[in-house]
Structures are given as C-alpha cells and as structure tokens.
Write a protein of this length. Structure first.
Ligand SMILES: Nc1nc2c(ncn2[C@@H]2O[C@H](COP(=O)(O)OP(=O)(O)OP(=O)(O)O)[C@@H](O)[C@H]2O)c(=O)[nH]1
Ligand SMILES: [Mg+2]
Length: 332
C-alpha cells in the first residue's frame, strides 16, 4: 500500500534530487482532483524561491523534423558538460486517453538512462491554456529539483507555438531541408517568434540542400522584425543523428541568454509571461465558474436558437446569458 507523501516530504525529496519525488509532484500538479491541486499549489508556492534559475528552451517544428532526436543529442552533449537536463514533451494524446500513448514516440532512450536527465510527457490538458499551465508547473518543479536546462518539445506547428514562446527564454524552430515552407506549415508568425532557426538533417547528400535552405531562411529573416530587440536570429545547419552543429546551437542559446540578461529583458520577459499566465488562468476560471452556474448552459443553447431564428441580435442574446448567470449587465 502506498501512503501519500506530505508536501514537506515531497519538497525535501525533490530538492534533495530524488526523481521519484519529482515525478510524484508533477503528477500531483497534473491531477484534476481538488485536494491534489491544493497540495500541488502549496508545494509549488513553497518551492517558488528555488525556481527560475534554469535556461528554458522550446523546440518546435513539423512532425518528423527531428525534434526528439535533436533534444536527445543536445541533452547528451550538455550532460557531458556538466549540465542537468529536464525534457518536457507536450503530449496532445494524454488528455483524451487518460494516459500517454506517446511513450516510445519520445524515443530519447539514451538520454533517459542518464542520471542527470529527466524526461516527462506533459499532457496538453485539452483546454486552452492547458499546455501552458501543466508544462509551466512541471518546469518550475524541475527547476526546484536542480535541473539547469529545461527543454520543452512542442507538438507540431500550429496553435501551440505562441503558447510555447510564452513560457521559454529561447524558442528554436527546427526545419528540414527540401520541404517547401508551405509543406512545413511555416508561417511568418512562427519565424518571427523563433529566437533561432536550425535546419536539421544536414547530413549525407542533404548537406547542399540544407545550406541552400539556410541561405533562404537568412534572407527571409531580413524582412522580419527580430524576436528580441538587438538580436539577429541565427540560422544554422545541424544533424541530430550525427551530432553535428550542436556546439553552434548551444553557443547561440548562450549568446541569446546573455543578451536577455544584460539588457534586463530576461526578467521583463519572464514577468510578462507570468502576467499573461495569470490573465489566462483568471479568464479560464471565470468562464468555468460561469458555466457551472445552474441554467447557464441552457441559456446559451436558447441564445443560439434565438440568434439562428433571427429573433434577437447577438448582443441581446449575450445579455440574456449574462443575466441567466446572475451577473451584472451594465458593461455588456
Ligand atoms: N538523416 C537524419 N535523420 C534524422 C535526423 N534527425 C532525426 N532524423 C530522423 O527523423 C525521424 C523523426 O525524428 P524525430 O526526432 O522523432 O522527429 P520529431 O520532430 O521529434 O517528430 P514528432 O515528435 O513525431 O513530431 C526519425 O526517423 C529520425 O531518426 C538527422 O539529423 N538526420
Ligand atoms: Mg518528437
């Protein structure tokens, strides 16, 4: 029989480097149960002074670009140089299935057997802001556990980029040579968000193609505003399977970090991220509270029908819903 560890026990285990405690703490933070949440929040609040010291890196790119392979290679490279690396893999499947089917897909077998590495799928939660919330909390817990580099792998290209950019210090966009930008789903917005672009799979006969792509992206970037004032987004080529280009990637990550620190932007960026997190959580909580009031969902159904039948205007229908929720209508 397993007894539930107290917040104090988890805190001691986690800061003492016990991975079991770290895993348990993250599970607690992911739980939807009210009592688990209370414990998790108490623990995270307690640990806040121990957080924020890691370098937070996000990696995004189309499926199959080599994100996991690159993270494994970079992770091993960093561990050799004395770093402790935590990897959070945002898993879109686990919220629906109740368990991760990502499992083997994350691969990273070599990295996961390292004592100074920690790899964990992060459920996306199925709600807006869900990715950010669970992953952020897992990130804070990993930092408190002494990991000095946190790498977040995002699911494909799309909606999640902006959310990922909102929780890391440095966003790396991983591309593959040869595929057109449309094929890669690369939008200008993502290139603008990226702090670094890496053309992966620059090996074998793909090298010339990768170099050409590097030139094209460098050119394209000239027409875009920088992700950070004073920063010129570097474009590099690498091969995750051969382990080439890793030192250059890390050099750029550190240069970017130095710029953020020297300019005071790191603190500003993180404060802004936390404020946005708070805003989105408040919005989510308020919305959930409104939906949970009796009669509100029925009022929404009625409002839709009335708008469909052109009996009322959209603002009128909205006001009815607000009234059904027992909220003031003065501003709406
Ligand atoms: N030749 C070559 N193949 C690579 C390289 N990096 C990754 N691959 C291969 O590309 C395939 C996909 O790699 P992953 O690391 O799983 O890609 P991913 O971006 O994490 O994919 P998803 O998580 O499914 O989005 C695998 O078969 C890798 O072995 C590389 O640098 N060179
Ligand atoms: Mg992957």
């Amino acid at each position: 029989m397993s007894t539930r560890p107290s917040v104090q026990e988890l805190k001691e285990g986690l800061t003492g480097g016990d991975r079991g405690s770290l895993s348990r703490a993250i599970t607690l933070a992911e739980s939807r149960r009210a009592d688990d949440q209370e414990h998790a929040q108490e623990l995270i609040a307690d640990l806040l002074p121990e957080t924020g010291k890691a370098l937070r890196i996000g990696i995004t790119g189309v499926p199959g670009a080599g994100k996991s392979t690159a993270i494994e290679a970079l992770g091993l490279w960093l561990i050799e140089r004395g770093h402790k690396v935590a990897v959070l893999v945002i898993d879109p499947t686990s919220s629906r299935t109740g368990g991760s089917i990502l499992g083997d897909k994350t691969r990273m077998h070599q990295l996961s057997s390292q004592e100074n590495a920690y790899i964990r799928p992060s459920p996306s939660g199925g709600v807006l802001g869900g990715v950010a919330r669970k992953t952020r909390e897992a990130m804070l817990l990993c930092e408190a556990a002494g990991f000095d580099v946190i790498i977040v792998e995002s699911v494909g290209v799309g909606q999640s980029e902006a959310e990922l950019a909102e929780m890391v210090d440095c966003l790396i966009l991983l591309l593959v040579p040869g595929a057109g930008d449309e094929l890669q789903g690369i939008k200008r917005g993502i290139m603008e968000l990226a702090d670094m672009i890496v053309v992966n799979k620059a090996d074998g006969d793909r090298v010339p193609m990768a170099k050409r792509a590097r030139g094209d992206y460098r050119h394209a970037l000239r027409m875009l505003p920088p992700s950070t004032p004073g920063w010129e987004t570097p474009v590099q080529i690498a091969s995750a399977t051969e382990g080439t280009g890793l030192a250059e990637i890390w050099e750029s990550v550190e240069a970017h970090r130095a710029l953020l620190e020297e300019s005071g932007l790191l603190e500003k960026r993180r404060r802004h991220q936390t404020e946005k997190w708070l805003d989105s959580m408040i919005e989510e909580a308020v919305l959930a509270a409104v939906h949970s009031r009796p009669g509100v969902d029925e009022a929404i159904t009625r409002a839709r029908a009335d708008v469909d039948a052109e009996k009322v205007t959209v603002p009128q229908a909205t006001r009815k819903v607000i009234e059904a929720a027992g909220l003031s209508t003065e501003e709406s």
